[in-house]
Design a protein around this ligand. Sequence first.
Ligand code: FO1
Length: 309
Amino acid sequence: MKNYLLLCGGVGGAKLALGFKNSIDPMNLTIVVNTGDDFTHLDFKICPDLDTVMYTLAGESDTSKGWGRKDESWNMLSALGEMNGETWFQLGDKDLATHIQRTHLMKSGLSLTEATHTLCESFDLPKNIFPMSNQPVETYIQTKNRLLSFQEYFVKLKCNPPVTDFVFKGLDKAKFNQDLNLSVYDEIIVCPSNPYVSINPMLQLTALSQHLIDFSDKVTVISPIVNAKSLKGPTAKMMLELDQEISVVTIAKFYQKYSKRIFIDTSDSKDSARLNELGYEVHSANLIMNNTKSKNSLANEIIQLLESR
Ligand code: FO1
């Protein structure tokens, strides 16, 4: 079995990561997660994408919302609201325990990777989930009038302000996770996550982006655009605001220097020839992962193809 590295954002990426978890030995799977959405809220260190991946792989996620924990209660948030505290970012009681524990672990000196692995252990998960960096990188959204922090844009303003650009702070100090050795991976999968705000922060880390450029034959992109729409979240809306065509072609152009292979949904097959022209080997599959079977079968299709390469 080959060694697989998954580059993963939140909800869409976590679904494919679960398909991989169900299909291969954890020894052969490493999941690197975006931390550009991380922020400090009410003095807690919150890592939404790491938690989405961790909860999803542990079978603990709220699958209807995509984020947070299943069977959640909201007593703390209600009590906080009664005190006129900040409730725009909804923290469930069980989810809050994760943020309390992570903040405590990091204040006592653990790196984000070590804190993530301690949390993974408590969810009976192997230690194969890694933050993209142990140093903070913060995603900001440039809108016409204002530069917004990611969660202000995403949660407080519900992705409403039109986007003109993306800004990443902290890049002068941040390094791609130095606990990982990129040369051990045979195949690198770009999960169906938002290219602009979930994968882009990782591509700002030179060691990773240079590796992807140097080994682009090992990199397979799974499109987050299906039937010319976003699978989830604001990808299509952002494309429109950036004057880009809402299609798999825009995804392919975004990753052109990093990848030579793309999986698109069968509903987008009409664009195959244009993707070939951009230098891609194109594979069609069902990319809608709305149940365990479809998550597993997409992961299996990708694995079967790449094992035979
Ligand atoms: N997303 C929301 O749309 N509203 C929320 O109130 C919210 C709370 C929240 C709490 C913990 C957590 O880990 C994630 C949370 N998210 C919430 C999701 C999250 O902010 C975004 O999905 C990601 O940052 C984008 O990948």
